[in-house]
Design a protein around this ligand. Structure first.
Ligand code: SF4
Length: 332
């Protein structure tokens, strides 16, 4: 009997985009697996390719993009979906919450029109049922005066309230997978915590799977089951969130942990990673992290490391850490 495929499998994904008329690799190799109902974080610095990888899940890549590898949803290749199947997939099985909600809502229409049309036009729900449904979901995401908010225009809502509206729109579609691309980056710290709590509660109540795109490793570990770290267009480490601080093996993951003070350690150092992050198209022949890595050796500069499994983790590194993080001098 064949095993049930995971809800999402990103398998050896590569994405080339046209730059100066030439296809250039932006994503070299991304591997992510999300079982039904699980939460996985894709963590990396700006330009690492994490948002492009998330867009590939929706089949929403820029014109001229070339894809290698595969993205499969419940065993079905997204690239192989016919247009009508792709429309249904985006309307009902996967939903996305973006960093900047104002860029994804019509400023001239009311919040209610935006939410209700999302159901009536794409899912064929009757208008009265759609009103009832979105009112309930707005309350679920912490908007008590839902009727008044639905009459307002987006500019009348704060960034935090508008992000709640976008989460409500995503939940109204009853997806199996929520993609959240830096959903709290533009918000103040208190609102960030509230928005992440709303996402966590909605996940739990609905058995929803989550792909959380973020640059914040500690936030990722707080809300997700597993962590996938991405650098310069490749996923370089994958491990359980609960083991992040003790068992991170890749020097880049350790550097990320050391580059911000722990929320648990008052007065901890804030050490930044030396050098600058590379974009996918700048990657040299060997390891993309070699110019910034404290463990670099000759082999790293000539041979690109392939992902290698150890226990329930995977790291793409020739010389991974094997000692617990504290012993190796990681201050995270
Ligand atoms: S392969 Fe070498 S340079 Fe790259 S992360 Fe590992 S030790 Fe550092």
């Amino acid at each position: 009997m064949s095993a049930t495929p995971p809800l999402l499998r990103i398998d050896g994904l590569g994405i080339d985009l046209p730059l100066d008329g030439e296809p250039r690799p932006i994503v070299h190799r991304a591997d992510v697996v999300i079982p039904e109902g699980a939460a996985v974080a894709l963590v990396g610095e700006s330009g690492s390719g994490k948002s492009l990888t998330a867009r590939a899940v929706l089949g929403l890549l820029p014109a001229g993009a070339r894809l290698h590898g595969d993205v499969a949803f419940a065993g079905e290749s997204v690239a192989g979906m016919a247009p009508e199947r792709l429309r249904r997939f985006r309307a009902g099985e996967v939903a996305m919450v973006f960093q900047d909600p104002r860029a994804h809502i019509n400023p001239a229409r009311s919040v209610g029109d935006f939410l209700i049309e999302g159901l009536t036009l794409t899912r064929g729900v009757r208008a009265a049922d759609a009103v009832r449904k979105v009112t309930g979901i707005l309350r679920e995401v912490g908007i008590a005066d839902a009727e008044r908010r639905m009459r307002q225009r987006p500019h009348e809502l704060s960034g935090g309230l508008l992000q709640r509206v976008m989460i409500a729109a995503a939940l109204a579609a009853e997806p199996r997978l929520l993609l959240a691309d830096e959903p709290t980056t533009a918000l103040d710290v208190t609102t960030q915590e509230e928005v992440m709590a709303i996402i966590a509660e909605a996940r739990e109540a609905r058995g929803l799977a989550l792909l959380f795109i973020t640059h914040d490793l500690e936030l990722a570990a707080a809300v997700c089951d597993r962590i996938v770290v991405m650098y310069a267009g490749s996923t370089v480490e994958e491990l359980p969130a609960g083991h992040l601080r003790e068992r991170a093996a890749h020097p880049y993951t350790r550097a990320l942990l050391s580059s911000r003070p722990s929320v648990f350690e008052a007065g901890a150092d804030l050490r930044s990673i030396p050098g600058r992050p590379l974009s996918g198209f700048e990657v040299p022949d060997g390891c993309a992290f070699s110019d910034r890595c404290p463990r670099v050796r000759d082999r790293c500069r000539s041979e690109r490391p392939a992902p290698s499994a150890a226990g329930d983790s995977t790291a793409a590194c020739h010389f991974p850490y094997t000692a617990p993080a504290e012993e190796a001098g990681c201050h995270a």
